[in-house]
Design a protein around this ligand. Sequence first.
Ligand code: ZN
Length: 452
Amino acid sequence: MNGQLQAVPEDWNRAMAIVAHPDDLEYGAASAIARWTRAGRSVAYVMVTDGEAGIDGLHPLEAGPVRQKEQVASAALVGVGDVAFLGHHDGVVEGGLDLRRDIAREVRRFRPEVLVTATFELTYGMGPGQHILSQADHRAVGVAVLDATRDAGNRWIFPELLDEGYAPWDGVRHVYVMGANEQLKAKHRALWAAGDYPAVATDLIPTLGPTLVESSGVRAGHRVLDVAAGSGNAAIPAAATGASVVASDLTPELFGAGRRIAAQRGVAPEWVEADAEALPFADASFDVVLSCVGAMFAPHHQATADELIRVTRPGGTIGTINWTPPGFIGQLFATMKPYAPPPPPGASPAPLWGDEEHVRALFGDRITDIDVQRRTVVMEHNGDPAGFREYWKRNYGPTIAVYKHNATDPDRVAALDRDFLELLTTWNEADTPGRTRYQAEYLLVTARRSLT
Ligand SMILES: [Zn+2]
């Protein structure tokens, strides 16, 4: 683990990890378990299957005992001596009452306060940008663990367990789910749906999209993709050239505003919900791929860069506008950072996309004709710096999220208010009282995808 995970409470004594297969825990939880057992916690493992169908060249009758033995040995390495195998069939685990009963029995037997299981989502994240289709056993077991946790606490569910001597246990306080990639995405999506990003884009940076479209040479007949398009700051001016445009964003809540703005300009780009790190478009399917202060906020930069290149046709253009670290918006993020929740594992800070070396390294030799320019956009607001601070707090998702994270601590909110106001006061260039004016630096990058 890389130290960027949010710490979980450790004020408990007993944990049980319940997963489908031998080796599932070694993919995501064993290092945490080692830490817990070293600190004196008791941890037990439950394997729903023996993993007997997991080795192509080995018959299940032989593979099962091999994998059991491996699991017992790897459990011992992290201080776990209690390893149970429930004997369900590998690869064809059936969700349902038998599975719930078997898991509830284990929970009642060990009486854990903490449960660990694997994700029950359709996909899981093994690392930056690696979204792998999950396996049916994982989905069945994950959901059954959640259900069995409740079953374990209710004496009237599976009363036969009482006859077997297992009293109800309703002491599970936390269930931790490994590899829950969709939750991270859902969080990001909610972050950008909060407040009014379309207003921020329209009020503060209306010229950025047209600048990017022009610099990237978009013209009629081009097939154009705007990644992390928001309400279409680049997609709409791109469509106005006569290009055929897809506006994609993780947050479809922004599309309503985008459609209204597009309709006012007499254009109709196609709106597609999409994660910049896993774009749902074929290789080489666009002449121009744009992102205007959008893709920079996807947490895994390399995965995003790889996707921008992949969907651009060889010889096609990639154009991005990103806030620079020392510029006004970079500093706005730096101001919020000490108050923000820790970033997810493997995430890089968004303003790094405004660093030329970083961007060159992300694209590597897969591009040619790279052109990099530092420019500024002027943001003006009709109000004093304190009023502008309230504008950000009302409208800008990342700011809203940081304040929400500190909502129960008035001292921290006051400190953030103070730091934020200091930033807005220091950077204000307006001569007239009651008005504010900022120069926000960005990096404009255009490049061609290599032909080979
Ligand atoms: Zn597995």
